[in-house]
Design a protein around this ligand. Structure first.
Ligand code: M6R
Length: 605
């Protein structure tokens, strides 16, 4: 995910910015840039790839005395990782860095182009700087223009802006993306960053800016306002002292942090795509679906589970035939490929060898190809005709969590998109689904009550001769994913199974040492799944039921919220199985982020 740093003071701002960006490297990025403003002169440097390239490019700049500066590491979302798309973005006399996504950037861009503004990047960010300069023409001062600009932006942002004729100020605003402000009261230096680690060692206390807050610093004062334009109290909090803890934002493991991030990254993934009355994907051409009779979804591991789960949605919602393939199987099965098939590869990394090889086969057979991927410019993205990026940010935990959530929401939206362009969905149904999509981030918020309950319960699931995660319909692939999560980090044997299939064999294993984790949603096949669970209970399997409805015969019970749509239940139960797997693994003292024998990106077959 992108990172921001800012500095105002007498030390070399170049060095402070580059050191700060180094601290944000762990978040992942594909380009970086800085601007230093000293005595009304801008010095700007941008580079693609590693930060060392930026260090090399800016090596001749030396900064003595007072200056201000802003810096950024970019994780591409709108536009490729190129120098022109890297931040800072520039206007006539203004430079800006931005994290987040501006949802209404296309409308704003159109208006600005009509007024004669020229754009040099494909990013959403560039509209902010031109919009600000346009507003400046009709505003009494810079602050009013800045204020007006941020009120015209829809979406998420943490942004820093500096202006040539005000070389002692940094303007800032925060909505939806993190931004932290630190002050050294003795020296008057001001520091900004999008997470704690760049600030450690410079300041002891910081202000964690709240959504809607904005203002400017000028070396003497912090001028901080809320969304209503009223000055607000500056609340300081102590910074953590340890950088490793800072990178994990206080969480015990990256996996835990990533589970907690899901609500935010799913919001980012939806933004600008699930609109008021339609689904839009600017990055694909709708004609890609012309003449298509089948969608073939191909992936490995967790990504395979999103493929399988979404196959239920594609057939149910968009009435389009779907087949699902493991990359490692597909490539050797001499598949029959016809040009009326759209080949969709799903991958977090975009580098998984088997998925990539399968994609190459599909391309060679002349199929149209689409990638659902988290990493722009990865091999799978580069090779595909079109790609839709999930916006999960860097996922460090080997056990995939937020990548699964964002893939799932993209595929859910894609199934609606296909239905929409094929006129296979009624207006009312589409509205209901859009409403559901907008609700998903709420279901992903982890409450301390839920987490504590799962932590306590996990101590009962540290042994046994096996786990069965069971579910029906789209909850079956979720059961597969729950079982994969548990086995890869706890090293306990676990399987995912369709609940209705247990009686065809696996029920022979049932005894008190067989743990069944049952997914029992209320909105789909409730009675049928309930009966399947009862059959296992009658054979004395130890059962943990996850459901919004009480289940008297369960040994353990995790209550989920009552939702009106099964997809909301799906996402809430996904968080439950992720947390349960993680808490079991933590109790077993395993390295949750780097489980034995596994690699994050499987680039060999
Ligand atoms: O990067 P990809 O999504 O293509 O990776 C596929 C699998 O290797 C990956 O999902 C793996 O199964 C994870 N460790 C699951 O947590």
């Amino acid at each position: 995910m992108c990172g921001i740093v800012g500095y105002l003071g007498n030390q070399s701002s170049k060095d402070i910015l580059l050191d700060g960006l180094k601290e944000l490297e762990y978040r992942g990025y594909d380009s970086a840039g800085i601007t230093v403003l000293k005595d009304s002169n801008f010095s700007i440097y941008k580079s693609v790839g590693k930060l060392n390239n930026l260090v090399e490019k800016s090596k001749n700049l030396s900064v003595d005395g007072f200056s201000v500066g802003i810096g950024h590491t970019r994780w591409a979302t709108h536009g490729k990782p190129t120098e022109s798309n890297a931040h800072p973005h520039i206007g006539e006399a203004t430079h800006i860095v931005h994290n987040g996504i501006i949802e209404n950037y296309q409308e704003l861009k159109k208006e600005l182009i009509a007024k004669g503004y020229r754009f040099s990047s494909q990013t959403d960010t560039e509209v902010i700087v031109h919009l600000f300069e346009e507003n400046l023409k009709s505003s009494k001062d810079t602050f009013s223009a800045f204020n007006k600009t941020i009120f015209q932006l829809d979406g998420a942002y943490a942004l820093l802006l500096i202006k040539k004729d005000e070389p002692e100020k940094i303007y800032f605003a925060k909505e939806g993306s993190p931004l932290i402000l630190g002050t050294n009261r003795e020296t008057g230096e001001q520091f900004f960053a999008s997470s704690d680690s760049p600030l450690i060692g410079h300041v002891a206390e910081v202000i964690y800016l709240q959504d809607g807050e904005f203002g400017y610093v000028d070396g003497k004062n912090i001028n901080l306002f809320n969304g209503a334009g009223d000055e607000v109290e500056q609340v300081y909090k102590k910074l953590p002292e340890n950088r490793e803890i800072a990178q994990k934002d206080g969480y015990r493991f990256f996996m835990e942090k990533e589970i907690y991030e899901q609500s935010q990254v799913v919001s980012d993934t939806i933004m600008g795509r699930a609109l008021d009355s339609s689904i839009e994907f600017d990055e694909i051409d709708p004609t890609i679906f012309d003449g298509i009779n089948e969608i073939k979804l191909c992936a490995c591991g967790t990504s395979y589970h999103t493929a399988l789960a979404s196959s239920y949605l594609f057939e149910r919602i968009s009435k389009t035939r779907v087949s699902v393939e493991f990359g490692s199987e597909f490539r050797y099965k001499d598949p029959l490929l016809t040009k009326d098939t759209l080949f969709v590869s799903i991958s977090q990394s975009g580098e998984t060898a088997d998925t990539l090889a399968s994609l190459k086969m599909a391309k060679n057979a002349g199929l149209k190809t689409l990638a659902i991927c988290n990493v722009d410019n990865s091999s799978i993205v580069r090779l595909s005709d079109y790609s839709i990026l999930t916006r999960a940010g860097v996922e460090k935990g080997v056990a995939s969590t937020k990548a699964f959530a964002t893939q799932m929401v993209v595929l859910y939206m894609l199934s609606l998109y296909v239905a929409q362009i094929r006129n296979n969905i009624e207006k009312e149904r589409l509205q209901k689904e859009l409403h559901t999509i907008r609700e998903i981030p709420n279901t992903l918020t982890v409450t301390s009550k839920l987490h504590e309950k799962i932590k306590r319960l996990s101590k009962r699931y540290l042994h046994g001769h096996g786990f069965f995660f069971i579910g029906r319909d789209i909850f079956y692939p979720l059961a597969l994913e729950g079982a994969l999560k548990l086995k890869e980090i706890s090293y306990l044997h676990s399987e995912g199974y369709p609940a209705g299939e247990m009686k065809h064999g696996p029920i022979a294993l049932a005894d008190p040492e067989l743990f069944t984790i049952a997914l029992l949603p209320q909105n789909i096949l409730y009675e049928k799944t309930k009966s399947n669970i009862e059959e296992l209970g009658a054979r004395d399997s130890t059962i943990c039921v996850i459901s919004p409805k009480s289940f008297e015969l369960a040994d353990d019970f995790i209550r989920t919220s009552s939702h009106s749509h099964y997809m909301l239940e799906f996402f809430e139960m996904m968080v439950v199985v992720q947390l349960l797997s993680m808490e079991v693994a933590i109790r077993l003292q395993n390295d949750v982020d780097m489980p034995r024998n596994l690699a994050k990106s499987v680039t060999v077959e």
